[in-house]
Design a protein around this ligand. Structure first.
Ligand code: SF4
Length: 358
């Protein structure tokens, strides 16, 4: 059964915007609240893509690096794929970096101008419904219903929507629509995000400081933390894999992963094809004196990976296939995804590269 309660106040937007005027977070992609100045659509779009699945604190340094290297969408569109993928390394969800480039190139072909409506933005490659709504509202002041994880939590509580997620998202979106104002839509969207991030937090929401406390159904029920209701999660399956650290003359052999598929287009250690097989039975790329460096665990969206790392040093020649020798003292610049950063740290910490023993 789905229940929801109307907020008491008829205009939560007014209360929220007043709070936002006094408490808005200062962020490098934002315009101050209530000003006529609109933020740069490129910076808004970039920040929204980066912020999916991660926090403002984590995004900050990446946003600074990207906008320094590529200050406009045209500059980003002209960048080499591997440079962008390397700069993205560590943010995770690498398909987003590929979509980011596809979108930047489409915008560059339009003369560097983003479409100024939600529908127009939706037509860009790799730009999803959430990002289109957020950019339309924040960069162009269009009324759009912007629901990220923070907003979802606030709205589920405000209306005490008890339909479990993910099925309850339609009810939450309809409720968010009902309180989204025609004017200051961008400020409203950002105010909801800020409220969710700083006041209506997942644990221990600070209802005493909340501008919506008078209106909030969950607060009236003294049950804020019970919302949003989530369906029980199925346990993630575990895959097994092997990665191979091959060292020669102070350098490690790195390959580029196939463009399509997991961690596509990223530099990586050679591995046994775990992303397709996942039972740990794949072969090493060459015959060598392999030493076990240990195992790293890594969580992906749909499974966890236990990656065994084997290391060897070879005296001469190259492993089969296409790759490059990357100097160990510049490994931080290789843009390895987090999984392989963990594997590299393991080898370097355990001294199991074998380089000194060969
Ligand atoms: S009153 Fe509490 S539960 Fe309700 S929106 Fe505010 S912080 Fe969230």
């Amino acid at each position: 059964m789905t229940a929801s309660h109307d907020p008491i106040c008829t205009d939560p937007a007014t209360a929220l915007l007043g709070w936002y005027d006094r408490n808005a977070r200062v962020l490098p992609w934002r315009a101050p609240p209530g000003t006529a100045t609109r933020p740069d659509p490129y910076r808004v779009w970039l920040s929204e893509v980066m912020l999916q699945q991660t926090t403002v604190a984590a995004v900050g340094p990446y946003f600074a690096r990207f906008t320094q290297a590529w200050p406009t969408v045209a500059a980003l569109a002209a960048a080499a794929d591997e440079d962008v993928m390397a700069a993205w390394a560590g943010l995770g969800y690498y398909a987003r970096a590929r979509n980011l480039l596809a979108c930047a190139r489409a915008v560059a072909q339009r003369g560097g101008q983003f479409p100024d409506s939600e529908a127009g933005l939706r037509e860009l490659p790799g730009l999803g419904a959430y990002t289109a709504a957020a950019v339309a509202a924040i960069a162009f002041g269009r009324r759009a219903v912007v629901v990220d994880a923070n907003v979802e939590r606030v709205v589920a509580r405000l209306f005490a929507i008890d339909a479990p997620l993910p099925g309850g998202r339609a009810a939450i979106r309809a409720a968010a629509d009902s309180i989204t104002p025609e004017v200051r839509a961008g400020d409203f969207a950002q105010a909801m995000m800020d409220l969710g991030a700083t006041i209506c937090t997942t644990r221990k929401p600070r209802c005493l400081l909340c501008p919506l406390a008078q209106d909030c159904a969950a607060q009236r029920l003294a049950a804020a933390e019970a919302f949003p209701v989530k369906a029980p999660k199925a346990a993630r399956p575990e895959r097994q894999g092997r990665a191979f650290w091959i060292e020669r003359d102070g350098a490690v052999w790195l390959v580029k992963r196939a463009d399509k598929g997991m961690l596509g287009g990223m530099r990586a250690l050679p591995d046994d094809g775990w992303s397709a097989r996942g039972d740990g039975s794949g072969q090493a790329p060459l015959e060598a004196d392999w030493r076990a460096a240990g195992q790293v665990a890594h969580g992906f969206t749909h499974f966890t990976l236990a990656l065994s790392v084997a290391a060897s040093a070879i005296p001469a020649g190259n492993p089969p296939g296409i790759g490059e020798w990357w100097p160990l003292d510049r490994l931080a610049e290789a843009g390895l995804p987090t999984l392989f950063v963990k594997a590299a740290r393991l080898v370097l910490a355990t001294g199991e590269s074998g380089e000194n023993d060969s």
